[in-house]
Write a protein that binds this ligand. Structure first.
Ligand code: KG4
Ligand code: ZN
Length: 353
């Protein structure tokens, strides 16, 4: 199975066999270009996908060292994502299927993040609980089957990765040489690890009084933002300099986001237990998406799971962020159940959500 991913700023491709072995993979990240621009500019992302997709696909095939005749189908992300970026993968995936006579499988990016864990661990059976935390999404769902998800809650404003990216930029962390090439989330995690007191700044955890599973990151972000503005004024901080105690500030910010995520997960597990949505022997929480790479968040989730008797599963970090492997694996899951495997795919279009 071949998978193609272009939903945001990574051009990814992979060939995975039906047992979940990765035969070939290639990923071109546009991260450094967007870092220089202060954020993703969709037409620039689209151009870079256009320039790179052929090379990414060919490198994958070369690495896999197989003939195209051994590939059954091409799975391609069609939603959700940046429409201009998605359109490049879709066009290329369709082109491959048309010229090589392959079947086409349209893929939902978040379904892939949720299912990746099953590639390396076939003991993860439906239903299981999933926390998806990325740059664009924050969701708690019960994965009931390959194409069946029960949404328990989502962010009412920012996603965690988005909040980390914005705050890392606002704190100018990437001006430090050691941080220059990191994503916002990686920068916050590294800065926080250099902090000595995560409680120096106290921020309130949002939605504590609400007994639902929704998230809100904007309030935490605003509290941190206000603190930065205050400190800049107070200490007359120069334009590209960092405020004093920035590492403790990052530690406090990361701690507050983590407390919030853990609180919502606890709430979701209570809800799942109350409604008997997951049998006791299958009680598993899968955490995925780019922000799941954060080891501090992961450790905290592990504590919550240990307390409640859940198993915590996180795919290897390089499969938590966007990649072609997860799309190919999702294609295999759909292929096995004959879900959305298409011979006639001309009318398939990208979707925003
Ligand atoms: O899943 P992903 O590659 O793309 C989306 O679908 O959004 O996630 C990218 C996001 C970025 O916002 C990045 O800052 C965040 O994942 N991220 C992290 C870490 N590594 C990447 N957030 C927190 N801690 C990390 N170590
Ligand atoms: Zn993603």
């Amino acid at each position: 199975m071949k998978g193609i991913e272009t939903s945001c700023d990574d051009t990814g491709c992979a060939i995975v066999d039906s047992e979940g072995h990765i035969l070939g993979e290639c990923l071109n990240s546009q991260h450094l270009v967007h870092l220089r621009n202060g954020g993703i500019i969709p037409p620039i992302a689209q151009n870079l996908h256009r320039q790179n997709i052929e090379n990414v696909v060919n490198t994958t095939i070369k690495q896999a060292n197989i003939d195209f005749s051994q590939i059954d189908a091409v799975a391609t992300t069609v939603k959700p994502g940046l429409p201009l970026s998605l359109s490049i993968g879709l066009k290329y995936g369709k082109h491959l299927c048309r010229t090589k006579g392959k079947l086409f499988i349209p893929i939902h990016h978040m379904e892939s993040h949720a299912l990746t864990c099953r590639m390396h661990d076939n003991s993860i059976e439906f239903p299981f609980l999933v926390l998806l935390i990325s740059g664009g999404h924050c969701l708690l769902v019960v994965a009931q089957d390959v194409d069946k998800f029960l949404l328990l809650g989502e962010s009412i404003d920012d996603a965690p990765g988005e909040a980390f990216d914005k705050m890392a930029r606002r704190m100018k962390l990437m001006n430090l040489p050691e941080f220059a090439t990191l994503s916002g989330g990686q920068a916050i995690e590294l800065a926080a690890s250099k902090g000595t007191d995560a409680e120096q700044f106290k921020f309130s955890v949002p939605l504590l009084q609400y007994k639902n599973c929704n998230f809100s990151l904007a309030g935490i972000k605003n509290q941190v933002w206000r603190h930065i503005v205050q400190q800049e004024k107070l200490h007359n901080v120069e334009a590209d300099a960092l405020i004093p105690d920035v590492f403790n500030l990052c530690a406090g910010f990361q701690l507050t986001v983590t407390r919030h995520l853990c609180h919502r997960v606890q709430r979701a597990i209570e809800f799942v237990k109350l409604h008997n949505l997951i049998p006791e022997e299958k009680q598993t929480l899968v955490v995925s998406g780019g922000a799941a790479c954060n080891n501090f968040i992961n450790k905290a989730l592990q504590v919550v799971c240990n307390e409640i008797g859940y198993r915590l599963v996180r795919p290897p970090p390089k499969l938590c962020t966007d990649n072609g492997v997860m799309i190919a694996w999702n294609g295999i899951e759909r292929w096995r159940k004959n879900l959305g495997v298409m011979k006639d795919f001309d009318s398939v279009d990208i979707e925003k959500r």
